[in-house]
Design a protein around this ligand. Sequence first.
Ligand code: GLY
Length: 339
Amino acid sequence: MCLVVVVVYSLTLLLPLGQASLPLVINTWPFKDATGAAWGALQSGGSVLDAVEKGCARCEADQCDGSVGYGGSPDENGETTLDAMIMNGDTMEVGAVADLRRIKNAVGVARAVMERTTHTMLVGESASLFAENMGFTAEDLTTNKSLNIFSEWLKGNCQPNYRKNVFPDPSAHCGPYKPRATVRDKQMRRHANVNSHDTIGMIAIDQAGHVAAGTSTNGLTHKVPGRVGDSPIAGAGAYADSSVGGAAATGDGDVMMRFLPSYLAVEQMRAGADPSTACKTAISRIKRHYADFFGAIICANTTGHYGAACNKVAGFSTFFYMVSNPETDKPALLSVDCF
Ligand code: GLY
């Protein structure tokens, strides 16, 4: 997955880290075509919301590295479900969908939630029905690839899975599971890692300093059906405030959503921190409690400065992200060393 991709892309680094300019598009991982789609939207007169929607939608259509869009991360039933959000930093409106089924364009549905309801988030079957009513096409999100991932998992006694304190023993057996009579406090934690998922998170800022941010993901492979990660949660997956800037996160959402890292990073920037320092503070806060969590965050402010940070764990020592601004000829790949 992305670790293979980054070795190839790392030969094409274009931009000195942190060179500020507006407008700006920044997104997690080497999802270059998504950056290009967002940048193209801004260049053709679109708003920052258009940019974030088009950028994330491009990843959904292309499936990026398999962690975004249809045909990836099948849950315990073999089904792919999607989480996405979009946030308008001018109005502080948010639209989000979680556990969305049978609709490919999750970020588009998230924008429809924001613009065609007074709600913030819709989930599950009801979100899919809303999407159909809004004109989105319902289709099967399963592919041969996701079917294969699912059947291999079944063959391997459903390992890994994310159950605890149940029987039969989830570390050796498939379900159905029932609660075990006693809860063992010191049971091994089984959280997501660099091999099980990531997300597109994107921030767009225009010349006038309008900020939007958004995310899209198919979540965690082999998740318990109904599981929702950090990506559609405002302040966790992403946050935007046009008086400050924006942030977007990627990684183990089950852990990260407990700390609202995107909100924390934006608040750090509001208090005067530069984007790199703000990103580091958000990662440090999580590290204090979960030293081995897998995760990264991107941050940008309304002067066009940006940065990123990530938690160093086995197999993840460098985080790659994309930037487009007037200084880059085309979407530029950047990296940051995890700490
Ligand atoms: N960060 C994506 C997820 O945990 O679902």
